[in-house]
Design a protein around this ligand. Structure first.
Ligand code: CP
Length: 352
């Protein structure tokens, strides 16, 4: 495993991740990818530690891959699902977390439909003075750090399988298309891509990328980038090659796709929409759905990402989704295990 120091106790957001931290995650994940290619896919790294998956909102990919990642590291795993828990009898979120703490949990992986719940649990653990780490597995419209890190791993290993690192994306064009307003995946990806020096083009109908929200995102990116530059500089003694804000916003698809190296299309999050934001799904697909024909605007070797779950035929055509020449969707899921092993290892190895 890479020997770089890891000082972060919780992983709640990528907004203040440094280049060193991204590269440590990528290199550690590459080591675990190698472990996962072996006949015996298990290492004893987290033996004796307890990883609790506290999922207050449904999940397929994130929950299963965190569980598999913890098992591959030899940790004991606890799985919680709100619908079958004592929350149905009125137990609060913090009391639930404290119950898992009392069972000896070392790392809590938390998903919730409301933004800020993982932060609240982390703050409570810190207040109690315990060494428990909290990992945000997706909170409302806020962030989904492990998803963005696995996206980063997927595309950087495509460029250099032996040595994935942030700088490989410098100058690359990433188009992020769709329901930006409701997307925690987009927010976390914006931080990692901007830190890499990539050009990030967001495209959506105005209802899913409102002007005020677009201005907020742009201002936040500039502010955060300056902070991260300062941190990277003081950590490494040299200027990080990352934060030059390169964020572009479009209310039409074509300028975002033009010469793109990567296209990330997002699920229309109907469960988070409080108003009728689109005339019809059919019209949305015509205007913003990604198809093989529309990809002709991009670089010839363009690759398409989607965090899943997918509304087939809405944000992406069914045909393109299953086309291995363009689609990285299955690779993203595979990368998720190695990246989540890396995150659990980095948080857990200091606790032994
Ligand atoms: N990408 C993602 O978070 O998928 P799940 O909701 O299935 O975990």
């Amino acid at each position: 495993m890479p020997t770089a120091t890891w000082n972060r106790h919780h992983i709640l957001s990528l907004a203040d991740f440094t280049t060193t931290e991204y590269d440590t995650v990528l290199q550690t994940a590459a080591s675990f990818q190698e472990v996962l290619s072996r006949r015996t896919k298990k290492v004893p790294t987290l033996q004796g530690q307890v990883v609790a998956n506290l999922f207050f909102e449904p999940s397929t990919r994130t929950r299963s891959s965190f569980e598999l990642a913890a098992k591959r590291l030899s940790a004991d795993t606890l799985n919680f699902a709100a619908a079958t828990s004592s929350m149905t009898k009125g137990e609060t979120i913090l009391d639930t977390a404290k119950t898992y703490l009392a069972m000896g949990t070392d790392i809590m992986v938390v998903r919730h439909r409301e933004a800020g719940v993982p932060n609240a649990i982390a703050a409570e653990m810190d207040r109690l003075g315990v060494k428990v780490s909290v990992l945000n597995a997706g909170d409302g419209q806020h962030e989904h750090p492990s998803q963005a890190l696995l996206d980063l791993f997927t595309i950087t290993t495509l460029i250099d399988p032996a040595s994935p690192r942030l700088e490989l994306l410098k100058g690359k064009k990433m188009a992020i298309i769709g329901d930006i307003l409701h997307s925690r995946v987009a927010r976390s990806n914006i931080w990692s891509l901007i830190a890499s020096g990539a050009e990030v083009h967001l495209a959506a109908p105005p209802t899913l990328l409102p002007k005020l929200f677009a201005e907020f995102i742009s201002e936040e990116v500039v502010g955060r980038s300056q902070e991260v530059t300062e941190r990277s500089r003081s950590e490494s003694g040299v200027r990080s090659n990352s934060p030059t804000p390169q964020l572009f916003l479009h209310w039409q698809l074509e300028p975002a796709l033009q010469n793109a190296d990567f296209v990330m299309t997002l699920r229309l999050q109907k469960e988070r929409m409080t108003a009728h934001l689109l005339p019809s799904l059919r019209e949305y697909h015509q205007l913003f759905g990604i198809t093989r024909t529309k990809l002709q605007l991009c670089q010839p070797n363009v690759k398409v990402l989607h965090p899943g779950p997918v509304n087939r035929g809405v944000e992406i055509s069914s045909e393109l989704m299953d086309d291995p020449e363009f689609s990285l969707i299955q690779s993203q899921v595979t990368s998720g295990v190695a990246v989540r092993m890396a995150l659990l290892y980095l948080l857990g190895s200091g606790k032994a």
